[in-house]
Design a protein around this ligand. Structure first.
Ligand code: NAP
Length: 248
């Protein structure tokens, strides 16, 4: 799968990791579908920056917590750009609840956005990739929290663990169509998602990272690009991108 000339849907690309992925793919020549839930202005800014790279870009505002919303981001790519070659499932919510305070509606919201939307976009994207017969690539953003745990993170970790299961099974299922499915499990990446951390907490976390720094959205973006274009014999894998936390 060549990035140049491809059509890529990146969920949650109004900011954070998704923004970096969308801009990196655009700089490498992909037409991009920028997706947001509510931050339309920020998504429009990403679109303008992407277009400066000479590619086509469009913004889709949709709540990925609904089936229709998740399906719509792929539908728009097919309708407006002619098909989808690359799907980056990235949108996510990070919410922590002690299990005895986790309400059914909190669990439901987290699973719908972080896991179920990945199914709905993938269903649509795979159908289009099979129809066009040109193969394709899906990259799912998971998290090391599903591997090492975090107090209060049961729902979040379960959603991300589900992403791993989706990744390996779908990879087996669609390999015969030339579609590869991989995941990235980031550690701490400098975005709004970890903005809740106090200076003291950040310092404590940092001391447990062998590389002694948080990652950047650009570093995740380059790994996405590697999976899309260079990792031609890799499927069903989850790449850990955590500055060494898992080996500590
Ligand atoms: P972020 O800065 O909080 O951005 C989240 C993105 O997801 C935004 O574009 C947001 O859209 C979108 N989004 C959230 N809920 C949505 C919904 N219901 N419908 C549609 N879009 C929705 O997060 P991030 O740090 O870039 O994280 C991106 C992914 O990486 C997530 O899956 C996260 O779990 C994973 N991850 C992050 C870290 C980290 O340390 N940052 C670590 C491991 C894994 P709006 O802007 O419109 O709200």
């Amino acid at each position: 799968m060549k990035i140049e000339g491809s059509n890529a849907v990146i969920t949650g690309s109004s900011r954070g990791i998704g923004r970096a992925v969308a801009l990196h793919l655009a700089e490498r020549g992909a037409n991009v579908v920028i997706c947001c839930r509510s931050r339309v202005e920020e998504a429009e800014e990403v679109k303008e920056l992407a277009e400066k790279a000479g590619v086509r870009a469009l913004v889709v505002q949709a709540d990925l917590g609904t089936v229709e919303g998740a399906e719509s981001v792929v539908d728009r790519c097919v309708e407006d750009l002619g098909g989808v070659d690359v799907l980056v499932n990235n949108a996510g919510l990070f919410e922590l609840y002690p299990i005895h305070e986790l309400r059914p509606e909190d669990l439901d919201r987290i699973l719908r956005v972080n896991l179920m939307s990945y199914f709905h976009t993938s269903r649509k994207a795979v159908a289009d990739m099979m129809r066009r017969g040109r193969g394709g690539c899906i990259v799912n953003i998971s998290s090391i929290v599903s591997m090492i745990g975090m107090a209060g993170g049961t729902a979040y970790a379960a959603s991300k663990g589900g992403v791993t299961g989706l990744t390996v099974c779908l990879a087996r299922e669609v390999a015969r169509y030339g579609i590869r499915v991989n995941a990235i499990a980031p550690g701490y990446i400098e975005t709004e998602m970890i903005g809740f951390m106090s200076e003291e907490y950040r310092a404590k976390v940092m001391s447990r990272i062998p590389m002694r720094r948080f990652g950047t959205g650009e570093e995740v973006a380059k790994t996405v690009a590697f999976l899309v274009e260079d990792a031609t014999y890799m499927t069903g894998q989850t790449l850990v991108l955590d500055g060494g936390i898992m080996i500590d």
